[in-house]
Write a protein that binds this ligand. Structure first.
Ligand SMILES: Nc1ncnc2c1ncn2[C@@H]1O[C@H](COP(=O)(O)OP(=O)(O)OP(=O)(O)O)[C@@H](O)[C@H]1O
Length: 272
C-alpha cells in the first residue's frame, strides 16, 4: 500500500471551494412497510472519495441502486452536477458519467481483455465497427483501451480471454471499462469482496491511484474498515437506512454515536 497525502489535501479544501458532484435530498426507498433508505441527504464533492459504511442491511446497496437508477426512489431527489436525475433510467445516467462497478454484464467472456475495453472506448465515441475499414482507423481506440488497462495494472493480460481472468483481475477489468467510458462518478460496490489475500493490495493500489489523479469522483461501499480509513476523504455511516454520521475519517472514528451504535459490530464483520 502506498502512502499519500492527497486525501489530506481534499480534507483541507474549504467547503465553499468544493463543487458538488452528486447530492441526495431526503432520498427514501421503501419496500412495502420496510424503509431501506430513509430520508438520506448526502453531498459528494467532485474529485473526492467518499465511503458509505454500515452494518449488513443498513441500506448501502439500496442507496447505490438509487444513485445508478436500478431502483426508483419512493421519495426524495438526486442531483448530479446540479441536474435532477432521479427519474432517469440507468443508461441515461451512464451517459451523464455515472458508472457502477458491478456492471460486469459489459464484459464479454469470449473476447480478450483488450477487446472488452476497446468496445467501451468505441461506445464512448459511438463508433460502429466495420470489417471493411482498414484496421488503422481503429488503432487509436486500441491504444486508448490499452492505456485504460495500464491504469488498472492489467496491460500484461491484454491478450487473454476475459473468461480466463482471476476474480480480482475481473474486478480490475470492470474498473478499466468504467475509466474507458470516461465515467466521472465511479460507484464501487465492495471491490475487494471475494478476493484472495494476494489480490486485495493490488485493487487498493488501483483505487488509490485513480483517487490521486483527482479527475474522478469515487463512492465506495466497503466493509473493511482499515481500508476505508486509509482511502477515504470522507465517510458516511448508514444505520437502519438512516444517515447516522457524515464526516472525515477521523471525525467518524471518534464519533461516539458511531462507535457505540455501530463500529464494534463493523469490526466484527470485517474479521469474518
Ligand atoms: N428488492 C428488495 N425487496 C425487499 N427488501 C429489500 C430489497 N432490497 C433490499 N431490501 C431490504 O432493504 C434493507 C437494506 O438492504 P441493503 O442490501 O441495501 O443493505 P446493505 O447495507 O447493502 O447490506 P449488506 O452490507 O449486507 O450488503 C434490508 O433489510 C434488505 O432486506
Amino acid at each position: 500500500m502506498t502512502t499519500s497525502t492527497t486525501a489530506k489535501t481534499m480534507e483541507s479544501t474549504p467547503v465553499h471551494e468544493k463543487k458538488k458532484m452528486i447530492e441526495t435530498v431526503n432520498l427514501t426507498k421503501s419496500f412495502g412497510g420496510h424503509t431501506a433508505v430513509s430520508a438520506v441527504s448526502l453531498t459528494i464533492f467532485e474529485k473526492e472519495l467518499k465511503s458509505i459504511i454500515g452494518p449488513n442491511g443498513a441500506g448501502k446497496t439500496t442507496f447505490f441502486n438509487l444513485l445508478s437508477g436500478q431502483m426508483k426512489p419512493t421519495s426524495g431527489e438526486i442531483f448530479f452536477q446540479g441536474k435532477e436525475i432521479q427519474h432517469l433510467p440507468p443508461h441515461k445516467r451512464t451517459k451523464l458519467g455515472i458508472g457502477r462497478s458491478f456492471q460486469i454484464t459489459n464484459v464479454f467472456p469470449t473476447l480478450t481483455v483488450l477487446e472488452n475495453v476497446r468496445l467501451a472506448v468505441q461506445a464512448k465515441y459511438n463508433i460502429h465497427y466495420s470489417m471493411f475499414r482498414h484496421f488503422k482507423h481503429y488503432k487509436h481506440l486500441e491504444e486508448e483501451a490499452y492505456e485504460s488497462l495500464e491504469k488498472v495494472k492489467l496491460a500484461d493480460k491484454a491478450g487473454q480471454l476475459a473468461s480466463n481472468l482471476a476474480h480480482g483481475e475481473k474486478r480490475k477489468l470492470e474498473i478499466s471499462i468504467l475509466l474507458a467510458l470516461d465515467t466521472k462518478l465511479l460507484l464501487l460496490d465492495e471491490p475487494t469482496a471475494g478476493m484472495s489475500i494476494d489480490e486485495v493490495p493490488q485493487i487498493i493500489e488501483v483505487i488509490e491511484e485513480i483517487r490521486d489523479q483527482r479527475d474522478r469522483t469515487i463512492i465506495l461501499i466497503e466493509h473493511k474498515i482499515d481500508l476505508v480509513k486509509h482511502l477515504s476523504d470522507s465517510i458516511a455511516v448508514l444505520f437502519h437506512g438512516k444517515q447516522l454520521a457524515d464526516g472525515s475519517p477521523t471525525e467518524i472514528m471518534n464519533n461516539e454515536q458511531v462507535q457505540s451504535a455501530y463500529l464494534g459490530g463493523l469490526y466484527n464483520d470485517a474479521e469474518d
